[in-house]
Design a protein around this ligand. Structure first.
Ligand SMILES: [Zn+2]
Length: 231
């Protein structure tokens, strides 16, 4: 029972090698990285939209404040020209100076918001440029990956048809277990035990499992999930 499965795994190893080569190829990695960036781009834009809206509303608020302060300033100036005694004039001058200081500070806040808005605009431009280059990178490497895959296809097809033939000789229940693990990217799947230990993960096996193995059964390791047999 085990020999057929081992033969299957041996042939499957060739397929696994090509699959690994494809999935670890530079072109695929570049295409995947570009796709990841492109998938995240709308979220980056959304964040910038939120930030831009906040800054805009803060800027508007500051401008209103500035207008109100300037109106107050001219009111004081008029009052100074109409004031009759020295005390009133001094008081109004003091108030005007306080107002001017406030205007200066609000103007500085406005300038700060303006520069924050400039930074957001720059970020928008960066996202747009990076999106453009990521799209190009995705298209180019996606095409190269497909070419590489097409180039390997005949070899993969040959292995797959060999696997189909070998599959017919393996116990169906065992084959199903193997294929289920293979689907989950486990490889190699079948290991011989080493003494009382799993040949893959070195876990010490219990008496019940050892006795099953001794009877020629192929079991699953509780720890690593590999199919193990007594060699
Ligand atoms: Zn194990």
């Amino acid at each position: 029972m085990i020999e057929e499965l081992l033969k299957y795994q041996e042939a499957d190893e060739k397929l696994h090698k090509i699959e690994t080569e494809l999935s670890e190829s530079d072109v695929r990695k570049k295409a995947v990285a570009a796709k990841k960036y492109l998938a995240g781009a709308p979220e980056s834009i959304n964040k910038l939209d939120v930030k831009a809206a906040e800054l805009y509303s803060a800027y508007e608020g500051m401008l209103n404040k500035l207008t109100a302060l300037k109106d107050q300033e001219s009111e004081f100036e008029n009052a100074v020209s109409e004031a009759e005694d020295e005390n009133a004039v001094n008081y109004l001058i003091k108030k005007t100076e306080e107002l001017l200081a406030k205007i200066k500070s609000v103007s500085a806040d406005c300038a700060k918001i303006q520069s924050d808005i400039q930074a957001v605009l720059k970020d928008y431009a960066t996202v747009a440029n990076t999106t453009k280059s990521a799209t190009a990178q995705y298209n180019e490497n996606g095409k190269l990956y497909n070419e590489l895959k097409a180039q390997k296809q005949p070899e993969m097809d040959a292995i797959k048809s060999e696997l189909e033939k070998l599959k017919a000789k393996v116990d169906p229940a065992l084959m199903a277990k193997y294929l289920e693990k293979r689907e989950k990217k486990m490889f190699p799947i079948v290991y011989a035990v080493r003494g009382e230990f799993c040949g893959a993960c070195n876990m010490q096996l219990n008496m019940a499992d050892l006795s099953k193995l001794k009877n020629g059964e192929i079991i699953e390791c509780d720890q690593c999930g590999r199919l193990i047999y007594k060699g």
